[in-house]
Design a protein around this ligand. Structure first.
Ligand code: PEP
Ligand code: MN
Length: 337
């Protein structure tokens, strides 16, 4: 971190600032210029309150030169982290498809979809049991029964399952769930992040509707700081002024995050676009951008889906999409599934 101090400041104000920084446990390198003096802070600067220092009369500018996340930072962990779900790997040269309905609706629905997506190459089954809906009157999910049905589908097909945790009070029900999803609306639910950080399960962390990539990385940091480094990041579209799609898919998140972090990055083209016919083109674009996988909503009867029918593709459409993705993978240096 660098602090630029005005040269016209009183000596005692300057000394007080330097003493204060040293008291926090940091070293200070001082370089005096013609118009200002630059303090270089060396050590763990995460705890320094930038706003507080900026507010001092004698301070012209404060700048972080080191990112505030350490565990998620590629600088401290240059090689890709491989997140393992059984023998399924996220990261490196693998590419994984996660697919299934927005929400678990019935035993026949989830099992039929699970069998179909598995046959097309999906390695993990998705399905919401607890649904964070905008309206309190909309279908809220089958809750505990939804998890039981997901586990039944897992038993039938052998596919591991991912489902969303929306409250700490439900964590006990997630014992047999393979991957815990933290949804966009809970990306900054820091208590939830800390608790899933204490588990040793892989966490699928979705980017918030209006969150920066740095905030996404800080949320990953919350999980990792509790000892769980099995975090998969997911870009699922952000809120912009555009209204023709549900959200705007920020595909540049993939190469940007790739530079900043060693964690795997997947794309959710379903929530990003909100439109079934846009799911395939954006999936292929995600492969091109270097994503480590896709999470896609697939429903056997989208017209009658209890949630997100408009963006759900059919098993047949998913099969075509998976075939195209698989053919693209060698071009981008990845193993086919
Ligand atoms: C979901 O995956 O069903 C979901 C609700 O996603 P998001 O949190 O990205 O909106
Ligand atoms: Mn959904």
């Amino acid at each position: 971190m660098i602090i630029v101090v005005k040269n016209n400041c009183e000596k005692n104000q300057f000394d007080n600032l330097v003493d204060w920084i040293k008291e926090i446990g940091l070293d200070v390198h001082i370089s005096r210029g013609a118009h200002s003096t630059v303090l270089g802070l060396v050590g763990s600067t995460e705890k320094v309150d930038i706003d507080l220092i900026s507010s001092l009369d004698i301070v012209e500018q404060v700048q972080r030169v080191q990112e505030p996340y350490k565990n998620a930072n590629r600088k401290f962990h240059p090689e890709d982290t491989i997140v393992r779900v059984g023998d399924i790997e996220f990261g490196g040269d693998s590419f994984q498809l996660i697919a299934g309905p927005c929400s678990v609706e019935s035993e026949s629905q989830i099992i039929e979809v699970a069998k179909a997506v598995k046959a097309s190459g999906a390695k993990i089954l998705r399905g919401g049991a607890f649904k964070p809906r905008t309206s309190p009157y909309a279908f809220q999910g089958l809750k505990g029964t939804g998890i039981e049905l997901l586990l039944k589908a897992k038993e039938e097909t052998g596919l591991p399952v991912v489902t969303e945790l929306i409250s700490l009070s439900y964590l006990d029900m997630f014992d047999k769930v393979d991957v815990i999803q933290i949804g966009a609306r809970n990306m900054q639910n820091f208590e939830l992040l800390k608790e899933v950080g204490k588990t040793r399960k892989p966490i699928l962390l979705k980017r918030g509707l209006a969150n920066t990539l740095q905030e996404l990385l800080m949320s990953a940091e919350y999980i990792m700081s509790e000892g769980n480094d099995q975090v998969i990041l997911c870009e699922r579209g952000i809120r912009t002024f555009e209204t023709m799609t549900r959200n705007t898919l920020d595909l540049s998140a993939v190469p940007v995050l790739r530079e900043k972090t060693h964690l795997p990055i997947i794309i959710d083209p379903s929530h990003a676009t909100g439109v079934a016919r846009l799911v395939e083109p954006m999936s292929l674009a995600a492969v091109g951008a270097g994503a480590d996988g896709l999470i896609i909503e697939v429903h056997n009867d989208p017209k009658h889906a209890l949630c997100d029918g408009a963006q759900s593709i059919t098993p047949e459409q998913f099969d075509v999409l998976a075939g195209k993705v698989n053919r693209m993978l060698p071009i981008v240096g990845r193993k086919q599934f």
